[in-house]
Design a protein around this ligand. Sequence first.
Ligand code: KIV
Length: 280
Amino acid sequence: MKGKFRLQDFKKRKSEKKKICALTSYDYCTAHWLQKSGVDFILVGDSAGMVIYGESNTLNVRISDIVRHCRAVRKGAPQTFIVADMPFLSYQISAEKAIKNAGRMIADGGADAVKVEGGQAVIDKVKAILGAGIAVQGHIGLTPQSVSLFGGYRSQGRTAGEAEKLIKEAKMLEDAGVFSLVLEFIPYEVAANITGSVEIPTIGIGSGKECDGQILVTNDLLGLTPENIPRFAKQYASIGEEISQTASLYIDEVKNGSFPSEKETIHLEPESVKGFERDE
Ligand code: KIV
C-alpha cells in the first residue's frame, strides 16, 4: 500500500489525468483487504441498506448505522481516505441537523469526509456542513434517496433540460466547495460534459469512462449481491458462489466425520486423563 490518499490528491489526480479508484465497504475485514488493494478511497455507503440489510432501497438506513459501519471500516483501513454517506433525512431537514450528523461521521465514525446526495435542493445544507469545517463530496444524477421522486432507479439527465440542470448543479456544488462529485447513472455524453466543465474530479458509477474516477459497490464487484444488480455494475468475481461451495464442503465434512480431524482437536494431558476414565 502506498501513502494515504489525501483530500488535496483528488484535484491533483484530475490535473495529472490519473484515474481515482473507489469502492464501498461496511465492515472491518473487507476494509482491510480493500486497503491492501491500493484503492484510493472507501465509501461507507448507504447502499448498506440494500447489500447488508437486504432492504429494497436505502431509505431506512440510520445515521447510527453508518457511524457504526464507518468505525469498523476505519479500523480495517486506518491508512485509507474514508467518505461516510449521509443517510436519508440526516441532512435535508435543517442545516443544524446536517452539521450535527456530519460531525458524528467524523468524530465518532472516523471518516475523513461526508457525501451528500442532491444539488440545488440541498445546497444550503452542503454549505453549512462545509462551514463547520467538514469536507463534502457531492452526488448527482440517480440519487437513490430520491427514488420516490424518480419513480424507480432510472438513469437521469437523458433530456436536454435534465442534462442542463445536472451541469448547473455540478457547477453550483463546485462553487460551494465540494471536493469531488459522484455522477450516478447518467449518459456518457452528459458525464463527459460535466467532467470537462468542473475542476473538481468526477467519480462515475454507471456514467461512462470520461469521469475522472470510478466507484462500485464492492458486493456487486465481488459477486456477493444475489439479485437486482444494476446493469452498470461489472462483476469481477463470484465470491457468493465460492461462499456457498465452501460452506457445502464444510457441511459434507461435518456429516461424514472428517471435520474436526486430529489437527483441529485438543486432548487432555495424559496425567489428567485418569479422572475422566470411564467406570467399566
Ligand atoms: O451508497 C452508495 O454505495 C453510493 C454509491 C453507489 C456511490 O452512494
